[in-house]
Design a protein around this ligand. Sequence first.
Ligand code: FES
Ligand code: MG
Length: 584
Amino acid sequence: MNLEFVSRLTSSDRDPSRLRSARWFAPDDMRSFGHRSRLKGMGFDDVDFKDRPVVAILNTWSELNTCHSHFKNRADEVRRGILQAGGFPVEVPVMSLGEMLMKPTTMLYRNLLAMEVEEVLRCHPIDAAVLMGGCDKTVPAMLMGAISADIPSIFFPAGPMLKARWKNVTLGSGSDAWKYWDERLAGNLCDKDWKGIENCIGRSAGTCMTMGTASTMACVTEAMGMSLPGAACTPSVVADHSRLATLTGRHAVEMAWANWKPSDILDEKSIDNGVMTSLAIGGSTNAIVHLIAIAGRLEQTLTLERFDELSQTTPVLADIRPGGQFLMEDFFDAGGLPALLNRMQDLLHADSKTVLGGTLGEQVADCDVIDDQVIRTRENPVSEAGGTCVLRGNLAPSGCVIKALAANPDLLSHRGPAVVFDNYPDMKARIHDPELDVTSDSVIILRSAGPLGAPGFPEWGMLPIPKKLLQEGIRDMVRISDARMSGTSYGTCVLHIAPESAAGGPLALVRTGDMIEIDVPKRRIHWDVDEDEAARRKAEIKLPDVVPPRGYGQLYAKHVTQADVGCDFDFLTGRSPGEEPGIH
Ligand code: FES
Ligand code: MG
């Protein structure tokens, strides 16, 4: 990758008195004396920070976040770039959300990290920030916080891990773990082979190297102009990634001088670009929820209808698992996201702004595709349109989604009897019971798995196929839930049913044996029930108490919104532009 640093600033742009941090360091008063003297107590001198932009490196490194294990080194490389450009780097740790080790789900904490980022930016002498994130929820959380604080920010993604090899097979994280688990349940994989896969599927530092939520959101962020071109696909542990870190640091200093804020970059058109990009890469269904929440921070409304409208005109061009064949390293070698965006310039809003100060169109103008198999031509797309679709009907009055790209095409129009599980423990206890009355035509339903019910909206939506059907060779069925699913998951899974069952949605009323229909081409989901019968069940039902007695869980339960409106807290939409809190 050819990374070039081009400054757009003139000398008059570099006016220290205009820096936000000057409000801390410039005045000749007692408080400013305190600010300066304690920096000196750390060993810094005037030359380190006086009249220089303070650039915070917001680092989500943690030994409990497997995907960010290289961030200690990368933070130093970002620091080098900030110093090269004359800034004062400060590394600031913020909460880490690692998918692999957090229970019940990182989604429970996305808004907490967003709040932390917003408040950390507001209350400190920070002129610009490098947002170091990558593993799924860290990306939207950091963007949401930075947008609300509206302080110059540039995102630096962790990058996808290297491709994994097992025997003569290339493995993709997440996706192949599910696939081989099913084979194990079906009796086709011995313990030794299963252990072999465990030993190699996490190949290196970095995020999942399939088109999971992490890579999807990194691509969306780049397309919205909030990270450097090429950032999303650069593998985590190649030298390019280190150089990208340094360049990101240098650009952050530029952005600080120019006071180039998220509100100068992002608007309704950038959100559209993010949506179209998530569709063209065959991205995670989680992107919908995150983009709606991000739009809310910008005081924009992204509806499920708009998402579906764009879905009907956006081709899927990246042939990446789980919807396709290749992995993120192949995408990088094929030219990466800039090359893909170049191929769909006519669909995008090419005049949208980016962190570089120019337009997205300029940024991708000379980026050619190197491998047409990985990044398909417009004449030969992976799918003409409709990679992810929004369905509506009496089972999901506020909508639900399905990643049609990763489903069995034969199941996209289907009618079958429901097999209902009340919650996750119920499903775990009964799904593999040989006595379970289920066939490949059944529609498996899980409820109490939404934002409130689980709580936290976990990625349980790729509901397991009953073992007895796996042994018969069945590998996909229609599955419906108010959960999300991992971006690395696949199958005919209808997700994000809204309103969720715990909020009194119709999903709470469905019983085993009720007939359910999905018709993805017609964007329809239907529960075949007599209206009087539905009303009778509604009168009988007692909804669970989902508000915990104390703590963050209580704040969450009282304020989280439903899936169709982004699951942000109801008091967090909009901005608090750059002002430090309190009286000063
Ligand atoms: Fe971190 Fe997949 S587990 S990106
Ligand atoms: Mg994931």
